[in-house]
Design a protein around this ligand. Structure first.
Ligand code: COA
Length: 449
């Protein structure tokens, strides 16, 4: 099978200048095997050459058939389907099925999927009580992360990860219950009564119902909001080996249950450099305050030598326009046409225009990423800022689970265990006299701080 990643086979001929020895390392799919480096030794005691790659800048950790990204060309495909077509034509559940099974569902498969997901939306009442134990100002990502981890205690059989039936039911439970738990967290923080799932509604409508319904007997879906959320869920469903997916794969590689592995993904997503960026965009826009302040803010970012960043700009993989950002920008227009222009959109547009014309951003290939506009859409739908990453987590669960299962079924995978370059002391004697120890970490005062 030809994949976009395959760049042929061949060999890499290398000569080790330490010993003068020549080696031929096989090249497959544009990579060499790190383990092939082990044969390159400087002497008998040398364990062999290793590659050093902090933050995995140039290391493929797996073979994957799920998501393809070409960062230079701005291409994103799930299982070969362009993201633009999926966002326009699919539902989120279809995409979740596609990510896991590799094919779009038939009508019968889709009906069965919808049936199972719909009838697993309820959570055990103790999960509701668990969520109610949080303080009013708890971050909903902390609530979601810990309650998803707690689910593993409710479904102990889920740790039979090599049993396909267990994987099937865990998949359904996670896809079905994430929106319920996310909505419960939202209602708790707001001090509003819990709204239970309404099985007559679609996946996205039901989620919005649990978020927004008050005294009305049934939630009246707003088709623009439903579609906007559906599209945003599709865009966030997977993004190959990002920080949180890598966390799910690494934690899952110990063969822990999928609830715990997905909780690890939620933990990773919480950080401001990953899923928290859309939240950070709004704080940044608030800090800017007015379009006239944009230029000064951009200058401040540029002179900050990397300390201050333009949130929602730049991407580890995309070195051109993030294809999802284009779809989101169009979606923003549709939502703003419905709810009225957001005052901060003007600042966002000015910021985008200024950065895209600026030599600093052009040189570093820093373009708006998916988070730049999603925050503005979510806020215009009245989601609180600290809830944005929760919406991301609900969608990304589909990708995490597909990647987790692919990792489990991959015969080449083992428990994830990177190597290190040790930079600490060589062996030294223990000092039993406490008063004779050198105060390496500063004075008593600094310890007290
Ligand atoms: N604003 C200003 N400068 C930025 C920047 C940003 N958003 N993102 C990167 N840069 C600069 C870096 O300071 C660095 O400059 P230098 O070469 O002068 O040192 C250069 O661009 C390369 O950045 P680097 O940090 O090596 O890129 P990365 O691949 O490690 O980081 C991100 C990728 C996404 C973490 C980074 O772009 C970022 O922090 N963006 C803001 C957060 C965000 O929107 N995250 C969501 C991702 S979907």
């Amino acid at each position: 099978m030809t994949t976009p990643a395959s760049t042929g086979t061949g060999t890499l001929d290398v000569r080790d200048s330490r010993t003068g020895t020549q080696y031929q390392l096989p090249i497959t799919d544009g990579t060499i095997r790190a383990n092939d480096l082990l044969q390159i030794k400087a002497g008998a005691d040398d364990p062999g050459l290793r590659s050093y790659d902090p933050a995995f800048l140039n290391t493929a950790s797996c073979r994957s058939a799920i998501t393809f990204i070409d960062g230079d060309k701005g291409i994103l495909r799930y299982r070969g389907y362009p993201i633009e077509q999926l966002a326009e034509k699919s539902t989120f559940l279809e995409v979740a099925y596609l990510l896991r099974h590799g094919e779009l569902p038939t009508q019968a498969q889709y009906d069965e999927l919808v049936y199972h997901v719909t009838y697993h939306t309820y959570v055990h009442e103790n999960i509701r009580k668990f969520l109610e134990g949080f303080r009013y100002d708890a971050h909903p990502m902390s609530m979601l992360c810990s309650s998803v981890a707690a689910l593993s205690a409710f479904y102990p059989d889920a740790h039979h990860v090599h049993d396909e039936e267990q994987r099937n039911i865990s998949w359904i439970r996670l896809i079905a219950k994430l929106p319920t738990m996310a909505a419960f967290a939202y209602r708790h923080v707001k001090g509003l009564p819990i709204i239970y799932p309404d099985n007559a509604l679609t996946y996205t409508e039901n989620f919005l119902s649990m978020i927004a319904r008050m005294s009305e007997p049934r939630y009246e879906p707003n088709p623009v909001f439903t579609r906007a959320l559906e599209v945003l869920f599709i865009l966030h469903a997977d993004h190959e080996q990002n920080c949180s997916t890598n966390a799910v794969r690494a934690v899952g590689s110990s063969h822990v249950d999928p609830f715990t592995a997905v909780a690890a993904g939620i933990a990773a997503l919480f950080g401001p450099l990953h899923g928290g960026a859309n939240e950070a965009v709004l704080y940044m826009i608030k800090e800017i305050g007015h379009p006239k302040n944009v230029k000064a803010f951009v200058e401040e970012v540029k002179s900050g030598k990397g300390e201050k960043k333009l949130m929602g700009f730049g991407h580890r993989v995309y070195k051109s326009y993030d294809p999802r950002a284009k779809i989101v920008k169009k979606l923003a227009d549709e939502v703003f046409a419905q709810v009225g222009m957001d005052k901060d959109l003007e600042i966002a547009l000015e910021l985008e225009r200024t950065a895209l014309e600026d030599e600093y951003f052009i040189k570093r290939k820093l373009y708006p990423n998916v988070d730049f506009y999603t925050g503005l859409i979510y806020r215009s739908m009245a989601f609180p800022t600290d809830f944005f990453t929760v919406l991301f987590a609900v969608a990304r669960t589909a990708g995490w689970l597909a990647q987790w299962e692919e990792m489990l079924l991959d015969k080449e995978q083992k428990i994830a265990r990177p190597r290190q370059i040790y930079t600490g002391y060589d062996e030294r004697p223990y000092e039993p006299r406490i008063n004779e120890r050198f105060p390496r970490f500063g004075s008593k005062d600094s310890l007290r701080r």
